[in-house]
Design a protein around this ligand. Structure first.
Ligand SMILES: Cc1cc2nc3c(=O)[nH]c(=O)nc-3n(C[C@H](O)[C@H](O)[C@H](O)COP(=O)(O)OP(=O)(O)OC[C@H]3O[C@@H](n4cnc5c(N)ncnc54)[C@H](O)[C@@H]3O)c2cc1C
Length: 419
């Protein structure tokens, strides 16, 4: 496909020859009339699905159809936290698999995604919360991942800037997940896009799918703003638009779309080494390599397709930040933005076949789908190639909502916006 392999040698060579030899990192092909596989949605999950279809299964006659540009969806809007700290069987092994893939990802797709295992600390503020975190930590260790309980003294040494003695929410300690961390979100999309393109996948931007063609219960292709395209198999991987895309095939998914906001401050000197999350309010924070404090909170709580949020949640997040670390008040907020979350009733995702032959769905990632990008693509590719669920994604079934086998990690019950 003509793409070049990146290396220190390549940087040296290009540097000495006026940097004139760098090539676009993926092609911009015209859509072919037919593919073996079409993936609807060029976000992290769609691109990683295409990448692993080609790499793991040798299926390269594949197109990823993206209505905007690569990185314009949530894969370029999230706060980039990567972790494997789930509790329930079904989720645990999936996110554990994903973290292992993250650990080898940059070497695998030959792209710098700035993956940084800076450690995640979840704070607890009561005896009950400590018990819950001990239980979660044990589940993580049983799964083969890492977890360590830090008491208040240990925590104070690592995070001296927190307010430990607030009357309302004194900090008792934290659950430390050292292998967790963050990555550069859009570079993850670019790395997967480039890796898929190098293996022959067509990445087609500005190509919106407007219809799904079905004949005798079997998918035959899609209608797009660039004309009809036939396909033997179609994967719907459209994150916040999942419900609308599935509706084109006459399906109603158990998903509500909600907006989630995030914020970044002006760049300041390095002061926050980890990812920290507050246990008594919806607030989490890390510092980007550029120096900006990157933070966020909860959903805006109403269903919408508008990728922007409202002021009450901004106020809530700022209040929680000030409660936890009053020093943050000196930093100016530079930007805020929103993204549309595909919320399921139990907060866990779906990777499954649909009742229509050849039509598959990967959706319901709620606000935790960035860390899932590698394993989701791995498992969706496995499903689409073999027609069998991958073992670590076997519980992410579409029919669990009908059968009542919910995977409710947070124990908040069947309500989309509470997960
Ligand atoms: C503010 C915020 C913070 C977050 N923080 C984290 C975090 O810290 N850690 C974490 O793990 N997760 C986080 N998430 C969640 C994570 O970003 C998402 O779960 C994940 O990115 C969704 O998968 P995706 O990358 O494939 O989505 P997207 O990038 O949204 O990809 C879907 C693509 O489908 C395209 N599409 C839709 N309809 C069509 C159509 N009809 N035709 C063609 N293309 C179509 C869209 O344009 C889009 O590009 C956060 C999300 C937000 C918004």
């Amino acid at each position: 496909m003509g793409a070049m392999r990146y290396s220190a040698w390549q940087i040296l060579k290009q540097g000495l020859t006026g940097n004139a030899g760098w090539k676009p990192i993926w092609r911009s092909p015209e859509p072919s009339p037919e593919y073996d596989v079409i993936i609807i949605g060029g976000g992290g999950h769609g691109l990683s699905t295409a990448y692993y279809l080609a790499k793991n299964h040798g299926i390269t006659n594949v197109a990823v159809l993206e209505k905007g540009y690569i990185g314009s969806g949530n894969v370029g809007r999230n706060t980039t936290i990567v972790r494997a700290n789930y509790y329930l069987p079904g989720n645990s092994e999936f996110y554990s698999h994903s973290l292992k893939l993250w650990e080898g990802l940059e070497a695998d797709f030959n792209f710098n995604a700035m993956f940084s295992q800076r450690g995640i600390i979840n704070l607890f503020h009561s005896d009950g919360q400590r018990d819950a975190f001990v239980r979660r930590g044990n589940a993580m260790v049983n799964q083969g991942d890492d977890a360590r309980l830090l008491d208040r003294g240990e925590l104070r040494k690592i995070l001296p800037y927190l307010d430990y003695d607030q009357a309302r929410f004194p900090i008792y300690g934290g659950l430390y997940h050292a292998r967790g961390g963050s990555a550069r979100h859009d570079a993850v999309a670019w790395g997967y896009a480039r890796g898929a393109d190098m293996r022959g996948v067509d990445i087609i931007q500005n190509c919106e799918v407007t219809g799904i063609s079905i004949e005798n219960g079997r998918v035959t292709g899609v209608e797009t703003t660039r004309g009809p395209i036939r396909a033997k198999k179609v994967g719907m991987v459209a994150a916040g638009r999942s419900g609308r895309v599935a509706a084109m095939a006459g399906l109603r998914l158990p998903i509500e779309s909600h907006v989630l906001q995030a914020f970044v401050s002006e760049g300041i000197k390095p002061c926050i080494d980890h990812v920290i999350s507050f246990g008594m309010g919806h607030f989490y924070i890390s510092q980007s390599d550029k120096g900006g404090l990157v933070f966020g909170g909860d959903l805006d709580f109403y269903a919408t397709y508008a990728a922007r949020g409202n002021l009450p949640m901004v106020e809530h997040v700022m209040e929680a930040g000030m409660t936890l670390m009053p020093m943050i008040g000196k930093a100016k907020v530079l930007r805020s933005w929103g993204g549309i979350m595909d919320m399921t009733p139990d907060g866990s995702p779906i990777i499954d076949k649909t009742p229509i032959d050849g039509l598959y769905v990967d959706a319901g990632w709620c606000y935790g789908g960035f860390k899932a990008v590698p394993a989701s693509g791995w498992c969706m590719a496995h499903l689409m190639a073999t027609d069998r669920p991958h073992d670590v994604a076997r519980n992410f079934r579409l029919d669990r909502f009908r059968q009542g086998n919910l995977m409710d990690e947070e124990g908040t019950g069947s309500q989309h916006n509470l997960h």
